[in-house]
Design a protein around this ligand. Structure first.
Ligand code: GLU
Length: 308
């Protein structure tokens, strides 16, 4: 395209119809609720600085946030530790899968907050003197990013906690290294509940917009985190948000993003907007197949590539 299209007038339903023709990818089999997700759920949403939200069909169908929660957990941990979370978790891309059993060899820290080890730790850094208190605080913080009260799908939380063997392994490893100080089981329980928060494409787009717009929610006008925390979080999304597919993503899409096993991808286009694409079938890196295609088209049509 010669000039960028106007987000308000963009035909999101036409793009949705186009990507629905793509039949590739597999749903996550990590928990029954994801294995049984509707493979043809497909939604695209944009949240703009003026507080308007534009979405395709399926824009208000609920799904569990899964790893799309990780940028917001990092931001909340930075806020609650006055930035000291940056000493407890690295910010380097791993080139490995989201649940790789690996910590930084010299420090024992998780490599970055966008992989599971890092998110289990950031959950533990949020204020609260018990797992329940931390979980409550995370839900309240996520709700401020969203601009409305969010809820947890308790069945998904239970499955995540019971079946997340690699997450339990990571938490025990971090305890052995002295990086995690609370009980391993408590840490995984809080992380499991954070992954089980219910969102839809529209509300997740508002959360992405809050980060893209310097930490201020475009609907409520509330400052949720400082501009510095929002900037740091978006920077780590850009380098680590799509796991071992982050380099490929930044070249082709060029919007800081976080993928998730529910098939949602939350994007924060700095200074411009928040966007979400959700469709459950995933590629080998755990990125929604249709989501990637839709994001590439959106980025090109709306002129959102940060190096564009
Ligand atoms: N809850 C998932 C897990 O811990 C999140 C992974 C993802 O969404 O990439 O395995």
């Amino acid at each position: 395209m010669d000039s960028a299209a106007e987000p308000r007038e963009y035909d999101l339903d036409a793009l949705r119809q186009r990507v629905l023709l793509e039949r590739g990818g597999e749903r996550s089999s990590s928990i029954p609720q994801l294995a049984e997700a509707d493979p043809d759920l497909c939604a695209i949403a944009l949240a703009l600085p003026d507080g308007t939200v534009h979405s395709s069909a399926d824009g208000t169908v609920p799904f569990s946030i899964q790893s799309a929660v990780k940028p917001f957990l990092f931001a909340l941990a930075l806020a609650d530790t006055d930035g000291a979370a940056l000493d407890r978790v690295g910010i380097e891309p791993t080139g490995e899968a989201f649940d790789a059993i690996k910590l930084e060899s010299d420090t024992g820290r998780p490599p970055n907050p966008m992989v599971n080890a890092g998110a289990i730790l950031t959950c533990a850094l949020v204020d609260g003197d018990s797992p329940d208190a931390r979980s409550e605080r995370i839900l309240a913080g996520l709700s401020r990013f969203a601009g409305r009260p969010l809820e947890i799908d308790e069945d998904v939380a239970r499955s995540e906690h019971l079946l997340g063997d690699r997450n339990h392994a990571l938490a025990h490893l971090m305890r052995a290294e002295g990086t995690l100080t609370c009980s391993a089981d408590d840490a995984v329980a809080v992380y499991a509940r954070a992954c089980a928060v219910l969102v839809d494409a529209e509300v997740l787009a508002v959360m992405g917009a809050t980060l893209a717009l310097g930490g201020v929610n475009p609907i409520t006008g509330e400052r949720v985190v400082s501009a510095e925390i929002a900037r740091d979080t978006v920077a780590v999304m850009a380098t680590c948000g799509v796991y071992d597919g982050s380099g490929r993503w930044m070249r082709a899409v060029g919007i800081p993003a976080k993928s998730s096993v529910s098939g949602a991808i939350v994007m924060s286009a700095p200074g411009a907007l928040g966007a979400v694409v959700i469709s459950p079938p995933l590629d080998e890196q755990g990125t929604s197949v249709r989501g990637r295609i839709a994001a590439e088209v959106l980025s090109a049509d709306l002129g959102l590539h940060v190096f564009g």
